[in-house]
Design a protein around this ligand. Structure first.
Ligand code: PSU
Ligand code: MN
Length: 308
């Protein structure tokens, strides 16, 4: 006789997220790698809190994703957010890592922040179609030899969640990242721009597929793609606030000065972000904070347009 099937892992939703799902209210997924690995404390907790507030102001419910004690979470309590923002040794969970973190296997990292790829997976499972982050991962500089290409790109190719960001991170090889997005069939939409933004910089010199000037226009593209049933993402690129944007040539000078010292693998992105925050005397950090919060607001407006 077959035993009753037990789920292999637990997915705990906060009361607020559960209620919103039940009532068909708009939801926005938020990631946690930028809290644990992308920003220093206490700016990380400020940004996480402000992003949730921005989603609410726009008329949607925020669902910050993470793995706590081996349990997948959508919607975090303040104490849980604090833990992710301050604990040592929080794992950086990408697509490949999620199964391990949720398996309960002893020794597996049970406290983990979710990257863009892992957050998209959890969002899709929770039925959440809109997600906001800062900058996506992509092809690292030298990636044509090292093959260091973020799993974010493959997730964007397959998982039907709209992602609002400020473009790929400027520390990456932007032309190759743009090529891979095209090859993977990701629909790249510029919000009020024809030029793909580059994280702390407003312009990359690379074209988007389409410009959209309102959340309603973005929602129409997301709906059409969903109806095609082809999977994969609409990637909405929202340029950073001009008041905090940094000229790309100035950013390039900081990158050039430190890229050869960057570690390989998953540590590369967090190391480069911290190093450039130091070299820019906090300007990259200020831009990063602003763009994350603004992307949360735009994602909230898009989710509100889409309805549930
Ligand atoms: N946006 C930010 N800061 C970050 C990230 C996004 O403003 O730290 C994270 C996202 O979680 C993204 C990850 O998935 O950086 C990319 O890491 P990698 O290059 O190792 O794939
Ligand atoms: Mn990598």
């Amino acid at each position: 006789m077959k035993m009753t099937e037990q789920p292999a892992f637990t997915f705990r939703m906060s009361d607020e997220v559960s209620a919103a799902r039940r009532e068909g209210r708009p939801l926005v997924a938020l990631e946690s790698t930028l809290i644990s690995h992308g920003l220093p404390h206490p700016q990380n907790i400020e940004v996480a809190t402000a992003s949730e507030a921005a989603v609410r102001t726009a008329g949607a419910v925020p669902a910050t994703m993470a793995v706590l004690d081996g349990v997948a979470h959508a919607g975090l309590a303040e104490s849980e957010m604090h833990r992710l923002a301050t604990a040592d040794g929080v794992a950086k969970l990408s697509r490949r890592d999620l199964a391990i973190a949720l398996s309960g296997v002893s020794g597996a990292a049970a406290l983990g922040a979710t990257t863009v790829s892992a957050t998209m997976i959890l969002a899709a499972r929770a039925g959440i179609g809109t997600f906001a982050t800062g900058g996506i991962g992509g092809v690292h500089r030298g990636g044509e030899a090292s093959m260091d290409v973020s799993a974010d790109l493959f997730e964007l190719a397959h998982t039907p969640v709209a992602v609002v960001c400020s473009g790929p991170k400027v520390i990456l090889d932007l032309p190759r990242t743009r090529e891979v997005l095209e090859t993977m069939g990701v629909t790249l939409v510029g919000y009020r721009t024809d030029d793909m933004p580059a994280f702390w910089a407003r312009h990359s010199g690379l074209a988007v597929d389409c410009r959209a000037d309102s959340p309603a226009a973005i929602a129409a593209i997301i709906r059409a793609r969903a109806e095609l049933g082809i999977g994969g993402a609409v990637l909405v690129c929202n340029p950073v606030d001009p008041a905090l944007a940094i000229d790309i040539d100035e950013i390039e000078s900081w990158i050039a000065a430190c890229i050869d010292d960057a570690p390989a693998g998953a540590a590369a992105t967090p190391w480069l972000l911290a190093e450039i925050a130091r070299r820019s005397e906090g300007r990259s950090l200020a831009a990063n904070k602003r763009l994350i919060i603004d992307n949360a607001a735009l994602a909230g407006a898009v989710a509100a347009e889409l309805g549930g």
